[in-house]
Design a protein around this ligand. Sequence first.
Ligand SMILES: Nc1ncnc2c1ncn2[C@@H]1O[C@H](COP(=O)(O)OP(=O)(O)OP(=O)(O)O)[C@@H](O)[C@H]1O
Ligand SMILES: [Mg+2]
Length: 309
Amino acid sequence: MVFTLTMNPCLDRYIYVDKLVVDDTIRAKKTIDYPAGKGIDVSRVIKELGGVSVAISLIGGDTGRKLEEMLDKEGVIYSSIRVPQETRLNVILETKEGQYRISMPGERIGVKKLESVLDVLHALVRENDTVVVSGSLPSGVSPDFYTGVVFTLKQWGVTVYFDADGDKLLAGLIGQPDYIKPNLHEFQRLIDKEISSVTEMIEKAKQIISMYGLKGILLTLGGKGAYYISLDKTLYTVSVKVPVKSAVGAGDSFLAAFALKKSEGASDEEALKWANAAGAAAVMTPGTMLCRKEDVEELLKVITVDMLI
Ligand SMILES: Nc1ncnc2c1ncn2[C@@H]1O[C@H](COP(=O)(O)OP(=O)(O)OP(=O)(O)O)[C@@H](O)[C@H]1O
Ligand SMILES: [Mg+2]
């Protein structure tokens, strides 16, 4: 079984208006809500691709309930850990002049709730399962929390994918996951260096793999393709030319497809192909919308994977 963990989910509310006018009532033309949060995105993509996963997340208040209802509608299985703090709401004002993104501050989560995250994982997750741990942490939660979660899951014999940025990425790495999925910027921040060539990038990735006992690194470069790097091989898949609507969720779609296909026994090559197709398909959809299965299936026909070394 595949599980995802989202510590800091949110609801994205798109409000469409012509333009913002000070001291006047602005009538919204339409509003659309999307469930959001990286792990939840991964679970939704897995569902879209015909797989099954359980989205474990911290959920609170009316926004949390709304988020659950949306997952119900999509048929995404979830296991919520109730918190007294309201789930975050991001308001995105779509105007003719551009987009305004307003992110609400999240409230602090108590230590007891963090313990119950491990309890829930313990109750649900079994040896040889897959857990995708990704995204930001609620305020007041130290990045070290990720070290503990990843380390504990690994002790149980679980395959762990980890995707976060900055000090959280480093904290997760210390727990020794199987795979990480940084984009180039996140990877450069991790090694604290600008990469000047592909050779250097692969060399640095291998150093990280050795240092933290990883199986592999999925390094995504947006429209410039993606690499799967392990100690014994490097695979590259070139990005497909697609009509770009919104890059939001491309990384999550990519990771979801890779983790799902690997959990079904696919080779690294096959899983990378699916990942690239899902990432590109996500770019073709507007706003926070993720990939559509029919686009993924079409893109699979043209995607190639090359062995570099
Ligand atoms: N412009 C694009 N054209 C084609 N494919 C793309 C494009 N942008 C992203 N992709 C696909 O999506 C994958 C992930 O994209 P990217 O490297 O932007 O992830 P990310 O920065 O982690 O995204 P996110 O913001 O969702 O975390 C790429 O490896 C590629 O397969
Ligand atoms: Mg990302």
